[in-house]
Ligand binder design. Structure first.
Ligand SMILES: Cc1cc2nc3c(=O)[nH]c(=O)nc-3n(C[C@H](O)[C@H](O)[C@H](O)COP(=O)(O)OP(=O)(O)OC[C@H]3O[C@@H](n4cnc5c(N)ncnc54)[C@H](O)[C@@H]3O)c2cc1C
Length: 447
């Protein structure tokens, strides 16, 4: 492919007009790191991507890739390299008969979900509007109905990838199978540029809804004990969550919003599978209790979105755990006692994964997910709020089985994110596909 003659890739060099807007525009988190790529290349198609890789080779620059810029840590912003912005690669095709879609990495998950819904189709896109599929699918992808369908990367059937030597290749179970293996779970450490994802689609669930309960601070221990007790028995159609914040409905001060979103085939199924929630023995002490609220996915997006406002500064950290609740409670109480003002919050999620998954890089997950999000507006308050997630989770490290790459903060607190075996295999594949280490690796690891 003669990419140079076809490429009109816009490039901005540090110091040029437009550069700083492009750098800041590549971050959703308003807390933009003080890391400055030498060049920002804004690709519009695959030819531009190949041309940018060649430019990086000529100028001996390492490459960071950005699709939607929702990496909390700004993994793509590195000092001195080339930032390749593929957000404009966002075309989408849907083949209803084949139950397949293809999408560029810059397409937003909620747009994909919306277009599929019009055709009564479904894909486990993320819980929030605005997140692009590029980073989301590479790191795993926890979306609505993901307990049933698995992390979204399990529904990736193929990828078009530009490699470090500037070749466009296809990866699937039958072609470049090792790249296909790596692309499902390596997230911000992937050593290639995905220009298109090929996705497996599903029929749209007939019924969407949720049960809701809220509790005051005095109930936290009992509620967490109950959540842990029921977790492994919760049907896969339900993603049981508890969100700790200072703005839970009908609660003053720190409260817990316990939500049981369900994706079902009938109202009968939904009602039946939510029985554990309706029968929660603590519900009489709830400040608010709704056994079942039928709703659409847009209502879900709005509800979640309230906790992640745009144009705010964020710091995050997370852990998977299977620890006993009595061991976790001291840490959870420390989180509650130090909880910053809303919209800062802690998310407790029941994941309880199946024992078997397909062979892919994605390999660390556990029964319970804990994630802390510190959210504030003024840069002057960075010192006050930025370390809260790490300060709370570091003392709980011995209870952790590793972290999710979705909410990674590896630069500040390196953690295990795939099994040792898979990490070694990823290192070997990086040496094979990117021998000159053109692509940045995960932060917190040798580059
Ligand atoms: C408000 C908000 C809500 C979120 N909700 C969810 C959620 O519900 N579920 C969930 O699983 N995660 C969620 N996340 C986390 C999110 O999925 C990850 O941060 C993901 O990486 C974002 O994808 P992106 O393309 O927007 O990010 P980017 O910042 O563009 O990408 C992250 C990293 O992925 C790599 N990458 C991106 N695109 C490519 C590409 N085309 N080729 C090669 N490498 C690439 C790069 O290393 C990049 O640094 C959320 C994040 C935010 C900020």
């Amino acid at each position: 492919m003669n990419s140079q003659s076809r490429s009109h890739c816009r490039t901005l060099r540090r110091g040029e007009s437009g550069y700083e807007d492009a750098r800041r525009g590549a971050m959703w988190n308003a807390r933009v790191p003080d890391r400055f790529p030498a060049v920002i290349a804004q690709a519009r198609d695959v030819y531009d991507v190949i041309a940018a890789v060649r430019l990086a080779k000529r100028e001996v620059l390492r490459v960071g890739v950005v699709s939607g810029g929702h990496s909390w840590s700004g993994n793509h912003l590195r000092e001195g390299g080339l930032l390749l912005d593929v957000s404009r690669l966002n075309d989408l095709t849907i083949d209803r008969d084949a139950m397949r879609a293809t999408t560029g990495p810059g397409r937003k998950g909620h747009e994909l979900a919306g277009m599929l819904a019009k055709q009564k189709l479904f894909f486990p896109a993320g819980h929030c509007r605005g997140v692009a599929v590029g980073g989301y699918l590479l790191q795993g992808g926890y979306g609505w109905h993901s307990r049933e369908l698995g992390p979204a990367c399990m529904s990736v059937v193929g990828l078009d990838i530009v490699t470090a030597d500037g070749r466009l290749v296809h990866a699937s179970a039958d072609e470049n199978a090792d790249l296909y293996w790596a692309a499902r779970g390596s997230g911000p450490g992937f050593f290639g540029i995905v220009t298109r994802f090929h996705l497996q689609l599903y029929p749209r669930p007939q019924v969407i809804g949720m049960g809701v309960q809220t509790y005051g601070r005095e109930m936290f221990d009992d509620v967490f004990r109950w959540l842990h007790e029921v977790g492994s028995e919760v049907p896969r159609s339900i993603e049981l969550q508890a969100l700790m914040s200072r703005d839970a409905p009908r609660v003053r001060g720190a409260g817990l919003l316990v939500v049981a979103p369900i994706f079902a085939e009938s109202y009968r199924q939904a009602w039946h599978e939510l029985a554990f929630f309706r029968k929660n023995p603590l519900r009489k002490k709830a400040k608010l209790s709704i056994p079942f609220l039928p709703c659409g996915i847009n209502f879900m997006y709005r509800g979640v979105g309230q906790h992640y406002p745009a144009n705010h500064r964020y710091a995050v950290d997370n852990m998977w755990t299977r620890a006993a609740i009595e061991d976790l409670l001291p840490g959870l109480n420390r989180v509650a006692d130090t909880l910053p003002p809303a919209p800062s919050h802690m998310l407790w999620m029941n994941w309880s994964p199946p024992t078997q998954r397909p062979d892919m890089a994605y390999s660390v997950e556990d029964n319970t997910y804990l994630a802390l999000y510190s959210v504030w507006q003024n840069a002057a308050e960075d010192e006050q709020f930025a370390s809260w997630p790490v300060d709370c989770l570091r003392p709980m490290q011995e209870l952790s089985s590793g972290c999710q790459l979705a909410d990674e903060n590896l630069g500040q607190r390196p953690q295990r994110f795939v099994t040792e075996e898979n990490l070694s295999r990823l290192d070997e594949l990086r040496a094979k596909y990117d021998p000159e280490r053109k692509f940045y690796s995960w932060m917190g690891r040798p580059q």
